[in-house]
Design a protein around this ligand. Structure first.
Ligand code: PLP
Length: 382
């Protein structure tokens, strides 16, 4: 129990388990326009730019958007494109598809390069598309959280630079857990949110943008509250949000950034996530589960596993069983593939992974499976 509530261990892509001190930081009220909050906001914004290895001297700014990560993506998509622009979107999963849906909705001239959810995009195909037509922008999901694959960002960045395209990266589930240097890679806009590898609480997201990107957004905004240029302009002039900010969420994020520093920055956080993921792969393959991705494509963020091909297995039942023990896992998000996902980010440790795997083993045994599961035909014991 945590206070009066049962303990939860969240093996999801977010919201995640957060440190007690991060939650504690929210336990006060503060005015959104008072100098202390303005200072905190300035601190959080500049630390995020630093985490991306940039600074205002390199022409980079972080722009907070109230809401979940998709709100920040929608802000970018509704602000950054004029009718003269065209966008190439690399799609190998549900989040890449969401970018394409947004581009359609905002009537952005775009084309998608689609590939299988368990494969890296084919760089030759991307290159050929860029040779055929000039695209002003490329959009890529860094860690495709629907499968866990980490796409080849530096290769796509090289192509973006070669073909003079602005690069938009959805790094929602990777920023803070995988090091990304926006200056070196020439990323013009990186979108992330507080409640994933930064280990803050949900309610705010960020676009970390180059000056040249922001300048092209001027006058292109198609909504009032998600206008990226206006949001930055007012923040830079006044230090304040245009509309009510999630003050408590910002307080928590500042504490979460302190904790990231204390942990040893992104490098050591990445190491922790990697050891958790390695324990998970070991444990789950030990039970007989088959990961969706080949080892070289897996990430330390989240892993997908095929559901056993047996009527005796039901993800819903496993989910409910695990929930009664305080473990939360995630359903699959890959069309046509029966799988489920287990996240390895947030305030969890290797022992949590071992306990989760053990509980999954207990569930399978109680469901009548002989362990380890057999790869293809899973036999129910009598
Ligand atoms: C890669 C990626 N993009 C976008 C999103 C959407 O973020 P949100 O659910 O916070 O709107 C997620 C959420 O998990 C994600 O992993």
């Amino acid at each position: 129990m945590v206070g009066q509530f049962p303990k939860r261990r969240l093996f999801t892509p977010g919201p995640l388990n957060t440190a007690a001190t991060t939650k504690q930081a929210m336990m006060r009220d503060i005015g959104s326009r008072e100098p202390e909050f303005v200072d905190i906001l300035r601190d959080v914004r500049s630390r995020l730019v630093e985490l991306a290895h940039a600074s205002p001297n390199d022409g980079y700014y972080s722009i907070p958007i109230q809401g979940s990560g998709t709100f920040a993506l929608e802000s970018v998509f509704s602000s950054a494109f004029s009718p003269k622009n065209s966008l190439l979107i690399v799609v190998n999963g549900a989040y890449g598809r969401r970018l394409a849906d947004m581009a359609t909705l905002w009537a952005i001239d775009h084309m998608t390069i689609e590939c299988a959810s368990d494969e890296f995009p084919d760089l030759e195909v991307v290159k050929r598309a860029l040779q055929k037509k000039h695209f002003s922008h490329i959009a890529l999901v860094h860690c495709e959280t629907s499968s866990g694959i980490v796409n080849p960002l530096s290769d796509i960045a090289r192509l973006a630079s070669e073909f003079g395209c602005r690069l938009i990266v959805d790094a929602m589930s990777s920023f803070g857990g995988i090091d990304i240097n926006v200056v070196e890679l020439g990323i013009d806009c990186l979108v992330t949110s507080a409640n994933k590898c930064l280990e803050g609480v949900p309610g705010i997201a960020f676009a970390i943008c180059s000056n040249r990107f922001i300048n092209t957004c001027r006058g292109n905004g198609r909504t009032v509250c998600l206008d990226l240029y206006q949001q930055l302009d007012v923040l830079e002039q006044t230090g304040e949000f245009r509309f009510t900010p999630p003050t408590h969420v910002v307080l928590a994020l500042q504490k979460a950034l302190d904790r990231l520093d204390e942990e040893g920055g992104i490098t050591l956080r990445h190491e922790r996530y990697r050891s958790c993921a390695a324990k998970l792969w070991n444990g789950m393959t030990g039970l007989g589960f088959r990961p969706l991705l080949a080892p070289q494509r897996r990430s330390c963020i989240i892993s997908a596993f095929h559901c056993p091909a047996s009527d005796a297995f039901s993800f819903r039942r496993m989910y409910s069983h695990l929930l009664t023990k305080g473990f939360v896992v995630y359903a699959g998000k890959t069309p046509g593939v029966d799988c489920f996902r287990i996240g390895t980010i947030g305030q969890i440790a290797e022992e949590d992974i071992l306990e989760l795997v053990n509980e999954i083993g207990c569930f399978l045994s109680a469901a009548g499976f002989t362990l380890p599961l057999r790869p293809t035909e899973l036999v129910q014991s009598g």
